[in-house]
Design a protein around this ligand. Sequence first.
Ligand code: TRP
Length: 448
Amino acid sequence: MQEKQSIHGAWANRWIFILAATGSAVGLGNIWKFPYITGENGGGAFVLMYLFCILLVGVPIMMAEVFIGRRSRQSPINAMRDLAIESGRSPNWSLVGIMGVLAGFMIFSFYSVVAGWVLHYIALMGSGDMVGVGVEQAGEIFNGLLADWQTLLIWHTVFVVMVIAVVAGGVNKGLERATRIMMPALFVLLLVMLGYSMSTDGFAQGFDFLFHFDPSELSGEAVLVALGHAFFTLSLGMGSIMAYGSYMPKKAKIGSTVLTIAAMDTIVALIAGLAIFPIVFANSMDPGAGPGLMFVTLPVAFGQMPGGQIFGFLFFVLVGVAAWTSAISLIEPAAAFMVEKFGLKRLPACIILGLLVWGLGITCLGAFNFMSDFTLFGKNMFDLLDYATANIMLPLGGIFIAVFAGWFVKQHASKEELGLSDGVYKLWYVLVRFVAPIAVGIVFCLNL
Ligand code: TRP
């Protein structure tokens, strides 16, 4: 087969792909969400389930996404369609891509609100206003922010503009350039934070909370959350990684590349846990405090330490950068699709998308104030979009992708594209055909 090129561009080399995909994977999911859902679901047992889900379900599905993207060199909607046609299947597989684009909008809308909190905290920490705050005061400051819809709206708007500006620049001048600058900064900042957390009194207790396995703490709900989070944190189930895969060099090996990305993502989540829980325990806070966990615990800790103003500022910059490189990948599949389908230039396509997600995001930030009474299925908009995407749409998208790659794509196509040795290919094949769909199916059914 003649080698195809993407009309959108290509990553300069394998490492840029790894960094870009890691940039997509490492985000608020790792630093904000993972610690607080671990806290809500009891700690070690949950973490172990999450690790299983990453390895047995996440990695094989990520390989499937990358190879589908790279083989077709198109945005996920068209990639699913073309590969289905190549294997003599129904073009309606593109529906999986459409559901993905929708999920991307939904995730973006609450993601951008949380990223807005982060931007606000960059300013707060940098200003020195948080020096010496106590637990109660930090809680009041956070709740005060949630109640103040104008401030939330400003930061939400700033974040949408930041993301759209990068995506409008395209693969090389936008995504790749951002990756080259932001990812190294992210790693340096993370190491600084880990060093600090290891020096706190609560480190042993925090470590124990994360890694102490007590099976009695595992509920069916916790397993669903762990599975949903495995998809969320690896950016799977909606086409982000598929889109990034479509810009991946042909020579690069998919297996080792995907393992590297999954490993880096997992390490960052664990480091974030190790940075946050020691502080929680050292200050006798509640690990199950929910979405506010990071925003209440960390300012207290930074407020007490020498140089805390600088470190606190740097930490929130780190989270902001991580959120930025992730949010880019939530929009890229839709942007690439609009360019392919309607022949639009990047900029107008991105402006349209930006307005859509900005509008939907307002319903999420309103959930904390002017729309707090509005509920659907017993949840406010923020919780609803989070729950519907992480716990339903992403796992469902993941099953479809696994079933498609394992049962519908011709075996010679997946074999050729993945380029694995026979034994490893067989392992992947079993995981993607049976283990991943069945595991996701069981967890789903148990929770209905
Ligand atoms: N993985 C990112 C995080 O952990 C969020 C994200 C980016 C994402 N793209 C995605 C989640 C696609 C699900 C699907 O913060």
